[in-house]
Design a protein around this ligand. Sequence first.
Ligand SMILES: NC(=O)C1=CN([C@@H]2O[C@H](COP(=O)(O)OP(=O)(O)OC[C@H]3O[C@@H](n4cnc5c(N)ncnc54)[C@H](O)[C@@H]3O)[C@@H](O)[C@H]2O)C=CC1
Ligand SMILES: O=C(O)[C@@H]1CCC=N1
Length: 277
Amino acid sequence: MQIGFIGTGSMGSIIIDALLTSRSLQPSQIIAANRTLAKVELLAERHPGLVVAANNDEVVRRAEIVVVCVKPFEYRQALEQFADALTAQHVLITITSPIPLEDLAQLVPCPVVRVVPSITNAALGGMVLCEFGPQATESLRKRIYQLFSALGQPVEVTFSLLRIASDISSCGPAFLSYLLQQMIEAAVVETGISREAATFFTTQMVLGFSKLLEKEIFTLPELEARVVVPAGITGQGLIPLKEHVPGLFHEVFKRTHQKFAEDIEEVKKYLDSMKQT
Ligand SMILES: NC(=O)C1=CN([C@@H]2O[C@H](COP(=O)(O)OP(=O)(O)OC[C@H]3O[C@@H](n4cnc5c(N)ncnc54)[C@H](O)[C@@H]3O)[C@@H](O)[C@H]2O)C=CC1
Ligand SMILES: O=C(O)[C@@H]1CCC=N1
């Protein structure tokens, strides 16, 4: 079985690296194309045996599962370049959320699946969100879970949960990184600690924190309660946090949902126009 990749930018290359470093696939089982050829050539240098395709059409002709890793507004062009080569034997996977599977399914002759990765998959951790289109069978579900379990924990999400699940699982690492950088900056400015030392302490704290959660030693509220000892120092630090943070993530999720709705509307326009041609 050969797996094809269209788009080997940030996420395409993370998925390929993860499938190969986990030894789920051999490099020769992957064929990939990218608009800028140099990016795939770099991947092939890293993974000798990986097949560099000259174009998207070649990927689709040689692969059975085709993973499209381009951005929502690059889809139209990409689809136009390969849709004619798809047959009922293919499986088309999209890794981005604003492409409605029902609409995509009407444009191609094969089952369609959504697999939303997370940057955490680069360390073979975190979640892999899966949504299956109208033609997906039970055996296809099993195959997709098996393949992508190399990257992290696959979980099926319905379209109604997709946005918030992606917000937490895939956007979450960026949100957390921003918050942690704010903590580091404040430490540097308020105390004169070096950025290097503050970054080291922060990183080690997060690694330990992840282990606590992984080992299910505490739930998040239990963990907070154990650190905030009565009349202690942490409680003082939490006062400004409790003053400023509530409401913040409501705004974050309102914005991601708004952008998602706008993207879907735009995508639907071009998918509808493609249905008519
Ligand atoms: N960055 C992240 O953490 C996550 C991103 N995603 C989704 O993945 C999608 C891709 O994101 P990135 O990989 O970060 O973007 P990117 O811009 O790094 O990668 C897109 C790649 O597609 C290539 N490309 C564009 N049009 C093409 C075409 N017609 N044929 C062949 N190659 C083409 C580009 O050259 C580029 O290398 C986004 O829509 C995003 O929503 C999903 C989950 C997490
Ligand atoms: O398509 C999405 O929903 C993802 C989440 C992070 C970036 N893009």
